[in-house]
Design a protein around this ligand. Structure first.
Ligand code: ATP
Length: 200
């Protein structure tokens, strides 16, 4: 399976891109979704988290209390490391499995942390969705109804735009409207389908 990685800063348009690719019939594995799936109710990792931190970390409905867990790992570095060491291999294995099971011409791994983690090792091509910092900020504030300060703090913790662009094999320019994005994606999809076919 030819695997394409898609990344970009907050609000750069990763979801807008992968929504289109899914419409073209392409399997998209979203690392954020997988990270939630592996701690869903009934998953072994959730039991381990509950054993380690105590049952107060589970809500009455049996789900992970994300706010409670976030509070613990925010103030306790050892707890954060423990959690990462538990979840990292499980998430990676699940991503690999889902990409392996994909039945489309090529498959996509979409991850905000593709370049910051070893997830980029799972992909053959790195695609960066790029928008100016002003657009990232404006679009995210509008989407999430959040404050500029919150979004700026997240942007500051992410890889700087130019660093990310340097690591790209392909750049999707998402500085214009959605129509322009779609036009680029039609061409990109044709190109990726061809490359995938040739690499068989
Ligand atoms: P995150 O990292 O937070 O998950 P993302 O990279 O997936 O963000 P999107 O959610 O796809 O970003 O885009 C952010 C917002 O900007 C969304 O509301 C989306 O509809 C809008 N958007 C994306 N591209 C464009 C565009 N070209 N023109 C106008 N709005 C856009």
């Amino acid at each position: 399976m030819y695997i394409v990685g898609i990344t970009g800063g907050i609000g750069s348009g990763k979801n807008a891109v992968t929504d289109h690719l899914q419409e073209f019939g392409i399997t998209v594995v979203d690392a954020d979704v997988v990270a939630r799936e592996v701690v869903a109710k009934g998953e072994p990792a959730l039991d381990k988290i509950s054993e380690h931190f105590g049952s107060h970390i589970i809500t009455e409905s049996g789900d992970l209390d994300r706010t409670a867990l976030r509070k613990i790992i925010f103030s306790d570095k050892t707890a954060k490391t423990w959690l990462e060491q538990l979840l990292h291999p499980i998430i990676r294995q699940s991503i690999k499995q889902q990409l392996h099971d994909a039945a489309s011409g090529y498959a996509v791994l979409s991850s905000p942390l593709l370049l910051e983690t070893d997830q980029h090792e799972l992909v053959e091509t790195v695609i960066v969705v790029d928008a100016s910092e002003e657009l990232q900020l404006a679009r995210t504030v509008k989407r999430d109804n959040s404050s500029e300060e919150q979004i700026k703090a997240i942007m500051a913790a992410q890889l700087p735009r130019q660093e990310r662009l340097k690591k790209a094999d392909i750049i999707i320019d998402n500085n214009a409207d959605l129509e322009s994005l779609e036009n680029q994606l039609i061409k990109l999809h044709t190109k990726l389908s061809k490359t995938a076919e040739e690499s068989k």
